[in-house]
Design a protein around this ligand. Structure first.
Ligand code: GLN
Length: 220
């Protein structure tokens, strides 16, 4: 088996060691005896929703996010089709924000997302949520440890559930105790540094889901 991994805008959105998530996914796949190939899909390149078993979308500074927000509109239909088709996707921070409706950056500019997921992100004045964070996933009965660093304050819509409930730290918005998002086979989080290296149980779960999706496609 050969898993096909897409690193969305991997040359632009890769801040605070987010690429470590990719290394961790590849490590877990290798441990399971599964081969993989990784492809960066970036500016002016089409996103084929049928090509991949796993998509990783990292975070970045407002400057890169602005550039990506313009380009990603042309990929919106493909990314939405991939998600609705139960595609496995992990998005961190800036990538997470761009999958939602919009993101107000630290200078007050409204950056359009693609509304693949039902959430939006506001900014906060002269403040960032920075520090260690612990969340509890009721869905998987697991605890995830990490480090968050974001200006954005994200609010989830009705069809979305959080990745976990904040036990320590700020999470999505510092108000409602949610952190990250879950929808179908999509995982979103503000954890940097990177999320999966500190939470191998989550890395293994995501790789298992990608393998299952790969096999499901072969059966069709
Ligand atoms: N620029 C966004 C924010 O500050 C995302 C940052 C990031 O991906 N770390 O909220």
């Amino acid at each position: 088996m050969r898993l096909r991994i897409c690193h969305l805008y991997g040359n632009l959105l890769n801040t605070y060691g987010d690429n470590g998530n990719l290394l961790m996914l590849q490590y877990c796949a290798r441990e399971k005896g599964v081969d993989f190939e990784t492809e960066i899909i970036s500016l002016d390149q089409p996103f084929d929703p049928n090509k991949y078993d796993l998509v990783f979308f990292g975070g970045g500074q407002d400057y890169e996010q602005f550039i990506v927000s313009k380009d990603i509109q042309a990929k919106a239909a493909g990314i939405k089709a991939y998600i609705e088709n139960d595609g496995v996707l992990l998005a961190i921070c800036g990538g997470y924000q761009l999958l939602g409706h919009y993101y107000m950056d630290a200078s007050g500019n409204k950056i359009s997302g693609i509304s693949a997921l039902d959430h939006y992100t506001l900014s906060q004045d002269n403040n960032r949520f920075i520090g260690d964070i612990t969340i509890r996933s009721e869905e998987f009965n697991e605890t995830y440890e990490g480090f968050e660093n974001h200006n954005g304050r994200t609010f989830l819509g009705e069809n979305m559930r959080p990745l976990g409930k904040v036990e320590k730290g700020m999470g999505n918005n510092g108000e409602d105790k949610t952190e990250g998002a879950r929808y179908k086979n999509v995982f979103c989080s503000y954890f940097h540094g990177p999320l999966l290296v500190r939470n191998i149980h989550l890395a293994n779960r995501i790789v298992d889901m990608a393998i299952a999706q790969h096999n499901k496609k072969l059966e069709k």
